[in-house]
Design a protein around this ligand. Structure first.
Ligand code: ZN
Length: 417
């Protein structure tokens, strides 16, 4: 089939006016001016989207669909530690069926906002088996916490790996240095190069206080639940992470240099930046602008990290600290805090950058022959810079294709990806 639109944004050079994309099966096979593509693929069904901008499907680099049902449930707290207490209280009220409903609702909402790929952390990897038909492309990351049962780390990782088997794309997510042991991080590194890795790091001032100073509300909270606090009071969370990561990778050299997708990095010291400049294995970074605002973290140092060679992506994080799963809203929030970064560069943070973080730089994030047919479309706004108009788009998308199939964005009774 051929999909025609007023403009096609390929992310490969200039956008194409009166453009078209030819799709065969799950792949893009051609892209160019409509008259030329339709001549090359004459006789094919044509979907004319009219006055729309056709975009690569958006990629959410960090999300927890488990908690879609917690939207609006947790008002802003005085501290990050209070928020952890509040979400634990909310979680204790939820059943496995609630989580399944929450995840399904989250998939549907993400798709309504033009997201076609999601990196989703789940604390309940056993539930994946009960979600065989997904409306968008999903990387399932099993989120792992062993702080309450450090003697069962190996069992926890083995069970997560077993639960991930039905998933096509997967990874492991030791939750954070304050909730997951060094042993857990090492076991995740050892799981093999098929497993992508993600974690939360240097998210809050309280995490910095806990690791660097050995004090503060998060320190006390973790100490109270029995965590061994011997790793606190010596170094920043980033220093700790690099040590843990590099000690295990030295043992298991099969890993790629850039396997880690690190969420947050809000709280970094000058010595942390010096370390980041020197570090050879540059990881990927996910920033969640609206969740960042909700917590009131220190300003995210996007330009500085970019200059040091880190690949920066955007993610929504969960609805326990955000209002919606719209990456357009995330781009706008980012633009408010970084007005000097061009809208085109911001759009890369939800397309080509996360594609590369998921090792899909040759299949996702662009409209290019050979790539997966994951597309979305928004109305064309006349008289406005094209990428400025994309970032400003505020609404649900009109049309989406995932893996070569068009589906109503309202429908979950869809094909599997
Ligand atoms: Zn998160």
């Amino acid at each position: 089939m051929i999909v025609r639109a007023r403009v096609v944004v390929t992310m490969d050079g200039a956008p194409i006016k009166n453009g078209a994309v030819a799709v065969s099966g799950d792949r893009i096979v051609d892209v160019g001016k409509f008259p030329e593509v339709s001549a090359r693929y004459s006789g094919q069904k044509i979907i004319d989207l009219g006055e729309q901008v056709l975009l690569p499907g958006l990629i959410n680099a960090h999300c927890h669909l488990d908690y879609t049902c917690l939207r609006g449930k947790i008002p802003r707290q005085k501290s990050f530690t209070d928020w952890i207490r509040a979400i634990n209280t909310e979680k204790s009220k939820l059943s496995p069926q609630d989580y399944i409903a929450s995840i399904r609702e989250g998939f549907a909402e993400a798709k309504q906002f033009g997201t076609t790929t999601i990196a989703n952390l789940t604390a309940f990897p056993k539930l994946i088996r009960q979600l065989p038909r997904l409306p968008i492309r999903t990387w399932w990351f099993a989120e792992l916490i062993d702080v309450r049962s450090p003697s069962r780390t190996n069992e926890l990782v083995d069970s997560a790996i077993e639960s991930l088997k039905p998933a096509q794309n997967y990874g492991l997510a030791p939750h954070a240095l304050f909730s997951a042991s060094k042993n857990l991080y090492q076991r995740c590194e050892e799981a093999g190069k098929d497993f992508l890795l993600t974690t939360h790091l240097a998210e809050s001032r309280e995490e910095m206080e806990m690791f660097r100073d050995g004090s503060g509300p998060l320190y006390e909270f973790m100490e109270n639940i029995g965590r061994d606090m011997g790793d606190c009071g010596h170094e920043t969370a980033l220093e700790r992470f690099l040590k843990v990561r590099d000690s295990s990778s030295a043992l298991h050299s099969a890993r790629n240099d850039n396997d880690w997708l690190v969420a947050h990095l809000n709280e970094l010291t000058e010595s942390d930046f010096e370390l980041l400049e020197k570090v050879k294995r540059k990881f990927h970074v996910v920033h969640s602008p609206r969740s960042h605002d909700y917590f009131g973290h220190s300003p995210f140092q996007s330009e500085r990290l970019h200059r040091l060679g880190f690949n920066i992506c955007l993610g929504t994080d969960s609805l326990a600290s955000n209002e919606s799963l719209s990456l357009f809203a995330e781009m706008r929030a980012f633009q408010r805090s970084e007005p000097e970064i061009s809208p085109g560069k911001i759009f890369e943070m939800v397309t080509v950058n996360p594609a590369s973080a998921l090792r899909q730089q040759n299949t996702l994030g662009r409209i290019r022959p050979g790539f997966r047919a994951d597309l979305t479309a928004i109305p064309c706004r006349r008289g406005r810079d094209l990428f400025g108009g994309i970032v400003a788009f505020d609404g649900e998308v009109d049309w989406t294709m995932v893996n070569g199939r068009t589906q109503s964005t309202q429908s979950l009774a869809a094909d599997s990806v």
